[in-house]
Design a protein around this ligand. Structure first.
Ligand code: GLV
Ligand code: MN
Ligand code: MN
Length: 422
């Protein structure tokens, strides 16, 4: 453990491990947004916020916010945070590390008797991971005025709308405008890298240059369910044939775009549902979600146009209808703020740490926050780059080190940020 850090890595670690205990025992580590477990995790976090001396509230977009008043509240807010929800069978660090960092910064400030001029807020954004309602970053969209009525009408498989779910977790969809912030001067997020660059180079931290844009598209093919034994091949309307060919096209095109240029491009079909899903029935309906990410929006445009054309052709060839080709969400790539990046780099250097600049292929709440304030991120190494899986692991020292970089930057920004709200 590095001994010269300005905060307590053991305390931070204890928070991460304690929250990990609040999981579906049958599927560690699962704490899906909007579920009772998620609310239990939040209740635990709210108590930790209060124990650290923060006043806590849930805003109308469903974000849990802890607040430490500055000596000059007119200067506005410096915010630190991330998310406490997980993917199904996810890890212990994705998101949680960023919230525990904020909490530990508050404790370290108080312990050293340091009072910031700016107010400091720790934010647990609602539903950063794609929720059962087909939307990710629900809370940071809400805080930045990017959550619209159409999105609130999205439903989960049992039929509940996101609007109603938001009420259940303490938000208020009818007063969403109140969640929109104009007083935040800077947002900083610590996150595990979720890749292998830092580990393979034995570096302490990464300063994120940009966050990939994410487009999610729903495609539905409607065919006809028929007897699998008696329906001749040439008379079938098999929805899965069109869907499978579309998956293959997504892969081929993504490979092509990734090797063609210098820009980052990946695309995935992570959801594919087949109805009625029986071994002796020709698939009647298929729904798939395409997740395409890039640091260059022009590539997404090219990708979507091609997939639109080719999936329609696959439907025709399989003699089924393509009943939906709809963009569910579309976040553009985002560059992190250069002044904040400089503050983070300086913080790392002051602590004698090794660092590098690197882009993020994963989505983060910081991408939405950049719509309303300067935003930047610090990555810490995680074992073998593994994430969104139970094996996800970051060392205690790595977390403490990354948190210390955020701490240094918060203190420096408290002195250097422009005095007027942007
Ligand atoms: C968030 O974890 C993402 O999907 O990148
Ligand atoms: Mn994640
Ligand atoms: Mn995350």
């Amino acid at each position: 453990m590095k001994t010269n850090l300005p905060l307590d890595g053991d305390r931070l670690w204890a928070d991460v491990m304690a929250l990990a205990e609040i999981t579906d025992p049958a599927r560690p580590y699962t704490r899906r947004s909007f579920t009772p477990l998620f609310r239990e995790g939040r209740a635990w976090l709210a108590r930790r916020f209060a124990d650290a001396g923060l006043t806590t509230r849930i805003d109308t977009a469903g974000n849990l916010i802890g607040r430490l008043e500055g000596t000059n509240p007119a200067l506005g807010v410096i915010a630190v945070g991330s998310h406490s929800d997980t993917v199904p069978s996810g890890g212990r660090f994705d998101g949680v590390a960023g919230i525990a960092t904020g909490l530990e910064i508050v404790r370290a400030l108080r312990q050293s008797g340091t009072r910031l001029s700016h107010t400091l807020e720790i934010i647990d954004f609602l539903a950063e991971e794609p929720s059962e309602y087909g939307l990710s970053c629900v809370g940071s969209r809400g805080m930045t005025g990017s959550l619209d009525g159409k999105m609130l009408d999205f439903t989960e498989p049992a039929g509940e709308s996101l609007r109603d779910a938001l009420r259940r977790v303490g938000g208020d969809p009818d007063r969403l405008a109140e969640a929109r912030r104009g007083d935040i001067q800077a947002f900083l997020e610590l996150h595990i890298e979720q890749g292998i660059v830092l580990e393979s180079r034995s570096l302490d931290v990464g300063i994120v240059t940009s966050i990939a844009g994410i487009r999610r598209i729903e495609v539905v093919f409607q065919g006809e369910a028929d007897h699998a034994g008696t329906t001749p091949i040439d008379l079938r309307h098999d929805a899965l044939v069109a869907a499978a060919n579309t998956v293959a096209t997504v892969r081929r095109l993504a490979e092509q775009l990734a090797v063609e240029g210098a820009d980052y491009f990946v695309a995935t079909v992570g959801i594919l549902t087949v109805e009625p899903s029986a071994s002796n029935i020709v698939p009647g309906r298929c729904r798939l979600i395409i997740d395409a990410r890039t640091t260059n929006a022009a590539l997404t445009k090219q990708f979507v146009e091609t997939i639109d054309r080719e999936s329609a052709a696959h439907a025709e060839a399989a003699r089924v209808s393509r009943t939906s080709f709809e963009t569910l969400s579309d976040g553009p790539p985002v560059a992190c703020d250069t002044d904040l990046r400089a503050a983070l780099r300086q913080g790392a250097r002051d602590l004698g740490l090794s660092e590098m600049d690197l882009p993020s292929g994963a989505g983060h709440d910081a991408a939405f926050m950049s719509r309303i304030c300067r935003s930047a991120m610090v990555f810490v190494p995680c074992r073998k780059g593994k994430s969104h899986a139970p094996e996800e692991w970051a060392d205690r020292e790595a977390l403490a080190t990354g948190a210390a970089v955020i701490y240094q930057a918060v203190r420096a920004l408290d002195q250097s940020l422009p005095q007027a709200a942007r």
